[in-house]
Design a binder for this molecule. Structure first.
Ligand code: ATP
Length: 364
């Protein structure tokens, strides 16, 4: 039995289907990230789990118990929001102790637990300060301490880092991961930020338009996107169109790109000879050919623009036959790499296993 189960969850607002049949399971102690573009239904899912929203249909089960209709105050869930939502007229102590006090914990226990929580978020000695006297990053750590202090079954975080600047976001992100690992509290974390989604979490749920597109580890989701949306949404890649062909007696199928060009791909269930396919080429998997060229999967084009970023260089290579520009992210090492210029003709290569080959848009 899974710890938390969403079973065919659906939420309609009038004619709008905000959540469209989402099912997923979360194991106890897992950190699960839900990512997707604005309006795809992420917050509605979290709000349904807290009880602030009642699903139109479907069930939410916590440790096997149906909690779909349970009022929010009967659910033992900690919340962290984008805007911290700390009580401005309460001290940090009173904020962090809030959930404990509501549950009738004795004062000595409140003190002990608040001290422990503030130590955990590296804010020892902040008890008597007011939220207004703390920085944005500190306030968000206080909000995390408050959400965990009363030992909730679950902690839900809705875009908790989006009001912080980039450096702070990165450092608090790793701190959140540490805190979650230390406490072992089952956590659901919502973000629309792809990097955040990939770097946090044991599992990643990718949503689009109310539906769950993929639910896997971040690594598997990145490496093997199952839908065109996921392939396009996570990481940077170039999409090409082709026709899936399986020549007789050849191990790998190829995608015919037209104009005499083709790329070998790996076999994929559900695709047959002649099917239109979309190919996704991740920037970092496309390699410039310097010197001896591999025998297969080499294409040629002209450098249309160069984006120099110090450690790596992005080349945009125009392939005239395909009428497409392919992005290549090239990591410069210390060896005397040739630096290509605008207008240079270059060749590039991608391994068949690195070409994501999916049914083209409009095909089932
Ligand atoms: N109370 C409501 N009444 C009507 N429509 C709503 C309500 N709450 C959400 N919606 C709509 O449901 C859809 C999903 O909203 P939701 O807030 O869950 O998306 P989200 O993925 O969290 O987006 P964001 O990242 O922008 O917060 C949106 O189209 C939104 O406008």
């Amino acid at each position: 039995m899974a710890f938390l189960e969403l079973d065919n969850l659906r939420k309609e607002f009038g004619d709008l289907v905000a959540v469209d049949g989402v099912s997923l399971t979360v194991e106890e102690g897992q950190f699960v990230t839900i990512v997707g573009p604005s309006g795809c239904g992420k917050s509605t899912i979290l709000r349904s789990i807290t009880g602030l929203e009642t699903p139109t249909s479907g069930e939410i089960r916590l440790e096997g118990r149906d909690i779909t209709e349970l009022p929010p105050y009967r659910r033992n869930i900690g919340l962290v929001f984008q805007d911290y939502a700390l009580f401005p007229h309460k001290t940090v102590f009173e904020n962090v102790a809030f959930g404990l006090k509501m549950r009738g914990a004795p004062e000595a226990e409140q003190r002990e637990r608040v001290t422990e929580m503030l130590e955990m978020v590296n804010l020892e000695g902040y008890e008597e300060k007011y939220p207004g006297e703390c920085s944005g990053g500190e306030q968000q750590r206080i909000a995390v301490a408050r959400a965990i202090a009363f030992d909730p079954d679950l902690v839900l975080m809705d875009e908790p880092l989006s009001n912080l600047d980039k450096n702070l976001r990165t450092s608090i992100r790793s701190e959140l991961r540490r805190i979650q690992a230390e406490t072992g509290v089952t956590t659901l974390y919502v973000t629309h930020n792809q990097n955040e989604a990939l770097s946090l979490g044991d599992k990643l749920a990718v949503m689009n338009d109310g539906r769950l597109e993929q639910y896997d580890t971040p690594e598997d989701t990145y490496r093997e996107p199952r839908t065109r949306f996921v392939a396009d949404f996570l990481g940077r890649s170039t999409e090409l169109q082709g026709t899936y062909t399986r020549p007789e007696g050849v191990a790998n199928p190829v995608a015919d790109l037209g104009e005499g060009l083709e790329l070998e791909v790996t076999a994929r269930d559900g695709l047959s000879n002649g099917d239109p396919v979309s190919l996704f080429l991740r920037d970092e998997k496309v390699k410039l050919v310097n010197g001896h060229a591999p025998e297969r999967n080499v294409l040629e084009g002209e450098i249309e623009s160069v984006d120099y970023r110090g450690r790596d260089i992005n080349y945009f290579i125009r392939v005239p036959e395909l009428d497409r520009t392919i992005q290549v992210s090239h990591v410069a090492d210390d060896s005397a790499e040739r630096f290509h210029d605008l207008g240079d003709t270059v060749r590039f290569h991608i391994e068949p296993e690195n070409v994501t080959c999916l049914p083209a848009e409009g095909t089932p």
